[in-house]
Design a protein around this ligand. Structure first.
Ligand code: PLP
Length: 396
């Protein structure tokens, strides 16, 4: 039977990783893969995580299953981290929280929930967006639609975004990036969030906010302002969160799906559907990463250590952004690339085209994805000038 099965090309990012590995140029730079890196190019385990793991190793008494909604210590703590200690929605018991296998798992739960419980609704994604968004929502059978996010110069085009959202049919789902928009790095300010909220209310849309980088932009609280505004102002909101980046727990698959409903009864109705969706997909979530996050967030000493490490990661990325713009100055390119300093999160839409990206790779061993998205965290003090010189050479 298998002789008819076609081989499909692998994920472009995986190809990029392989090509980077094979490259023996000692000056090679990897700006492709979406993980945080320190100045030595490593993605270290956080000290707060190591300490929590040590404690868990000693205190863990069973490997029996946890429930479909996950570990309560984790779900309670992550809900307060995302929605705020003083969230009136949490107080009103109208938020369902489900632990998920990473942020991607939460997106898939949300997708299946929409497909089965709210059929016939399209989902609107920013153009561009993280390529796994259309993949996950498409796999769940949802109709995919797009709203513009950047203009021809690859800068945020808020007016076009708002105008498009104003045309979305009532009841459709709109996916928004909470912060550190992937791939562009352009985020909405408070006033823009407010304007989107008005459109969502007027057009009766269902917002799904993907929150994969809390703490990587301007700070834990600052990055959450859109999510909190929406959850406190609207009866119905879906939020997917991820601990992959901010706790460095990538491979431990730690995330959560939060659903705000109008009241406790409706929340419990929705929650019962999510339990079934989880059960049908993977039954119960993996325990370890959530146990680590639960341990950190319920212990003052570990929380303080984690906050310090998170601030270091954030400051390093934001520092690299301004240093990179300075490295481009001697080439007369600081103004042209000034937006890199304004973008937030790991990624920057550089505006380089596919040809220029290819030349960077072929001539300079600098690797980034074809769309011109660069992982700023892949830069280092040692490589800044080299990358700036290479960019100067390909844009001329
Ligand atoms: N959403 C966005 C926009 C992302 O960039 C990512 C990771 O790259 C995720 C969600 C999901 O991350 P994970 O499944 O690793 O938690």
């Amino acid at each position: 039977m298998f002789e008819h099965i076609e081989r499909v090309p692998g994920d472009a990012i995986l190809g990029l990783i392989e090509a980077y590995k094979q490259d023996d140029n000692p000056r090679k730079v990897d700006l492709g893969v979406g993980v945080y890196r320190d100045d030595e190019g490593n993605t270290p385990v956080l000290a707060a995580v190591k300490r929590a793991e040590k404690r868990l190793e000693e205190s863990e008494e069973t490997k029996s299953y946890i429930g479909s909604h996950g570990d309560e210590r984790y779900t309670n703590a992550i809900a307060r981290l995302v929605l705020g200690e003083d969230s009136s929605a949490l107080e009103a018991n109208r938020i369902s929280v489900t632990q998920s296998p990473g942020g991607t798992g939460a997106l898939r739960l949300a997708a299946d929930f929409i497909a089965t419980s709210l059929p016939g609704r399209a989902i609107w994604l920013s153009q561009p967006t993280w390529p796994n968004h259309p993949a996950v929502f498409g796999a769940a059978g949802l109709e995919l639609k797009h709203y513009p996010y950047v203009n021809a110069d690859n800068r945020l085009d808020f007016d076009a975004m708002l105008a498009a959202l104003n045309e979305v049919p009532a009841g459709d789902v709109v996916l928004l990036h909470a912060c550190c928009h992937n791939p562009t790095g352009f985020d909405l300010d408070t006033d823009q969030w407010q304007q989107v909220l008005e459109v969502v209310k007027n057009r009766q849309l269902l917002p799904l906010i993907d929150f994969a980088y809390q703490g990587f932009g301007d700070g834990l609280e600052e990055d959450a302002r859109g999510v909190r505004l929406f959850v406190e102002s609207l009866d119905e909101v879906l939020v997917t969160s991820s601990c992959s980046k901010n706790f460095g727990l990538y491979r431990e698959r730690t995330g959560a799906l939060m659903i705000a409903a109008a009241n406790e009864k409706q929340m419990l109705d929705v929650r019962s559907q999510i339990a079934i969706t989880a059960r049908e997909n993977y039954s119960t979530p993996p325990s370890h990463g959530a146990a680590v996050v639960g341990e950190i967030l319920t212990d003052d000493e570990l929380t303080t250590l984690w906050l310090k490490e998170l601030a270091q990661m954030r400051d390093r990325i934001n520092g690299l952004r301004s240093d990179f713009v300075e490295a481009l100055r001697p080439h007369g390119l600081a103004e042209r690339f000034a937006f890199i300093g304004e973008q937030r999160g790991m990624f920057s839409y550089t505006g380089l085209d596919a040809d220029q990206v290819k030349r960077l790779r072929d001539e300079f061993s600098i690797y980034m994805v074809g769309s011109g998205r660069a992982n700023v965290a892949g830069l280092s003090a040692n490589s800044l000038d080299y990358v700036a010189e290479a960019i100067a050479s390909v844009v001329r």
